[in-house]
Design a protein around this ligand. Structure first.
Ligand code: SF4
Length: 189
């Protein structure tokens, strides 16, 4: 099953990457995640969420990925469940990069915001994506996550601030998962 799953992820990611319309690309990526969840539910016992871009899924703001070979190996073994809070929260791919004003937790508390480089408040999408990531953890009954550092969503201990700055704080999805008791490990560059 594992090689089949890995090949499925690769092929569908390549197909999505060829899609020129940013909203349609995100829609295809969301369908890919749901298909993988269905497959994992049938035949695997995953242990943790993982930022999908670390598995080679082209879901980053620039339409690219940041694959981590060791995590790809764990995905092959059926251990990891891919999530992308920004795509699953409803943002297009590629998309305007964003940053948090203070911290992911402040965004969740309603006293911070996620602002993109065009000055738009995109907090709603980040909060929605964080909630979807948490519901995915509940669905698979996992209490761990491996998340891409420096991201305004996934960042663990280091997150993207507005206009490309970097903050010593968690991103929105990371903060929500931690607040619900998950253990989060930072990965990637
Ligand atoms: S860091 Fe998180 S939100 Fe950003 S592309 Fe990767 S999975 Fe998606």
């Amino acid at each position: 099953m594992s090689d089949k799953l890995s090949e499925f992820l690769r092929r569908r990611s390549e197909e999505a990457a060829r899609e020129p319309d940013p909203m349609e690309r995100s829609r295809r990526l969301k369908l890919l995640f749901e298909d993988i969840y269905a497959e994992l539910e049938k035949s695997a016992q995953p242990q943790a969420l993982v930022s999908a871009c670390l598995l080679g899924v082209p879901c980053r703001y620039d339409g690219k990925s940041k694959p981590d070979l060791s995590l790809c190996g764990r995905f092959n073994a059926g251990e990891l469940i891919p999530v992308c809070p920004e795509v699953q929260g409803g943002l297009p791919t590629p998309r305007t990069p964003s940053g948090v004003t203070e911290s992911g937790q402040a965004v969740l508390d309603g006293c911070g915001r996620v602002i993109n480089r065009q000055g738009e408040d995109v907090s709603f999408y980040f909060i929605k994506g964080a909630e979807i990531a948490y519901r995915t953890a509940e669905r698979f009954k996992v209490c761990r996550a491996v998340l891409k550092q420096h991201s305004p969503s996934c960042g663990c201990g280091s997150t993207g601030g507005v206009q490309g700055t970097r903050l010593t704080a968690d991103g929105v999805a990371c903060a929500l998962l931690k607040s619900q008791g998950l253990t989060v490990e930072a990965a990637g560059e």
